[in-house]
Design a protein around this ligand. Structure first.
Ligand code: RIB
Ligand code: CA
Length: 312
């Protein structure tokens, strides 16, 4: 495989337990040429998501991939975290060795722009946290939208929410940033809850994954905190929210969806952060800005995850 056949890719993330599995899959895929990782405040504060992203890259054997610090708060709203799912440290309170890779100082929004310029329009951006970094990059660098090939987002929903009845967590953490991204003109793939909640990995599957090797064991152990929360709220397993966004560019055949117009509610009170799609409406938006994924071959997805993680 030569560099020009590999997919240049950038991950923006708020690790986060499912983010950690997403990173493990990202680095297991030799078809991806990972240009960089950027951390954003989300599941836990930036100081922790940045450290977690650094430590995860090292743990997965990719200290060579630069990890950049991003926004420590949303554009306008007050920050919100998800300790109740991801634990105090963001990784299910499982401790990783500290990375000794050089600490990058360039802000995420500038590093992403530099990578997009270098990839000359071929960079695929996968964003699995609040979209603050992506919005800041698009606002600061007016040509960035012409340099990104695609943005694959874990976020949103054509139906219900998981942060409120209306809004999914990543969008709800920074609705104004999400609105900016959905309007930017770059082709978007929305890995929303309609699809991701069909990917729930059962406790037995998590345990089977944990038997693969020490890396997969870490992911299984880190998942236990969030698993208890899910089980207390009626879901007997771990939804592979972020892993779906990392896998989509290489395995689109696992998923199905529809092109739609998607806009983000930023003024509502009850609906603040809702991704409003025109999928089920006879009133259509005058644009189609996203492929909204609605279904997934769950069993094939789980087996793909197992196969890729067995490479560690
Ligand atoms: O709604 C799920 C999303 O919110 C995932 O990205 C998870 O990591 C949290 O950030
Ligand atoms: Ca995330």
């Amino acid at each position: 495989m030569t560099d020009n056949t590999r997919i240049p890719i950038w991950l923006d993330t708020d690790p986060g337990v499912d983010d950690a599995m997403a990173m493990a899959l990202l680095f297991a895929l030799k078809e991806y040429d990972v240009k960089g990782v950027s951390a954003v405040a989300g599941n836990v504060e930036l100081e922790k998501t940045f450290q977690n992203a650094r430590d995860l890259a090292a743990f997965f054997g990719r200290k060579d991939v630069p990890v950049f610090p991003g926004a420590d708060r949303p554009l306008f709203r007050e920050p919100r975290t998800a300790y109740f799912v991801h634990g105090e440290n963001g990784l299910g309170d499982v401790t990783l060795p500290r990375s000794d890779a050089p600490v990058e100082k360039l802000p995420a929004w500038d590093a992403l722009y530099e990578a997009a310029k270098a990839a000359a329009g071929e960079l695929v951006l996968v964003a699995v946290g609040p979209l603050t970094n992506v919005a800041l990059a698009l606002m600061k660098h007016g040509s960035l939208h012409k340099l990104l090939k695609k943005i694959v987002i874990m976020g949103g929903s054509a139906s219900w929410g998981n942060a409120t009845p209306a809004a999914e967590a990543n969008i709800f953490c920074d609705p104004e940033a999400a609105s900016t991204v959905f309007q930017c003109g770059v082709p978007i793939v929305m890995c929303g809850l309609d699809m991701t909640l069909k990917t729930v990995m059962t406790p037995a599957e998590l345990d089977r994954m944990g038997e693969l090797n020490p890396t997969a064991r870490f992911l299984r152990d880190a998942a236990q905190h969030g698993l208890a929360y899910s089980q207390a709220h009626g879901i007997d397993g771990m939804a592979l929210h972020d892993p779906t966004a990392v896998l989509y560019p290489l395995y689109p055949e696992l998923f199905s969806g529809e092109e739609a117009g998607v806009a983000v509610e930023t003024k509502g009170t009850i609906t603040y952060g809702k991704t409003v799609t025109d999928l089920y409406s006879d009133k259509q938006f005058p644009f189609k800005n996203a492929l909204v994924l609605l279904d997934v071959d769950r069993d094939k997805l789980i087996e793909t995850v197992m196969t890729l993680l067995s490479r560690y």
